[in-house]
Design a protein around this ligand. Structure first.
Ligand code: COA
Length: 150
């Protein structure tokens, strides 16, 4: 049986994280982005499947809310429920920290992620103009929020 675990990301994990990041994003975070985020004390965890990196989640605690900055699943493991599991775990962590909700940005073109967030109860609350780099210049971000109710 496959052995799953979710553990805090360390600097030693960053090279493996970057391999996945480069594999799945057209505009990936750099190792500097991950190292700076670790040093800034963001909530960063890796999900391991049989000790191979399966995915990771980066969240930032801002006042009384959690901000989801990155959630990623290795390409060959996508569509199997792991993203949903990792997001639900992150929501659980935010609730344990007494956050009142979770905020995120998503590209309108990222149908998979949008579906995931909607299914987990995130509501569209706005947009940020020209937020992401894209092949056509810039792409807006949709802003979604999930309020925790107890
Ligand atoms: C987005 C991501 C984290 C989702 O994780 P995943 O393990 O692939 O998704 P899951 O198998 O847990 O599916 C969760 C939900 O996403 C949606 N979904 C999954 N695959 C999909 C697909 N190919 N097309 C459309 N929706 C899809 C479904 O709503 C699904 O729920 P359901 O199975 O109950 O219908 C993952 O695909 C990923 O890492 N993508 C690349 C990086 C990325 O875009 N990250 C998010 C940035 S905002």
């Amino acid at each position: 049986m496959a052995l799953f675990s979710i553990r805090p990301m360390t600097e030693a994990d960053v090279p493996a994280v970057i391999l996945v990041e480069n594999q799945i994003y057209e505009f990936p975070w750099t190792d500097r982005n991950f190292l700076d985020s670790l040093r800034a004390g963001y909530h960063m965890h890796c999900m391991w499947l049989d000790e191979q990196l399966a995915g990771y989640i980066v969240m930032m605690h801002v006042v009384d809310e959690y901000h989801l900055l990155n959630i990623s699943i290795r390409a060959d493991l996508q569509g199997l429920g792991h993203g949903k599991h990792l997001l639900q775990w992150g929501i659980g962590q935010a609730k344990l920290a007494n956050a009142t909700g979770m905020l995120l940005e998503v590209r309108p073109s990222n149908v998979t992620a949008k579906n995931l967030y909607e299914k987990e109860g995130f509501k569209l609350i706005g947009a940020r103009k020209n937020y992401y780099p894209s092949q056509l210049g810039r792409e807006d971000a949709l802003v979604m929020f999930k309020r925790f109710t107890g």
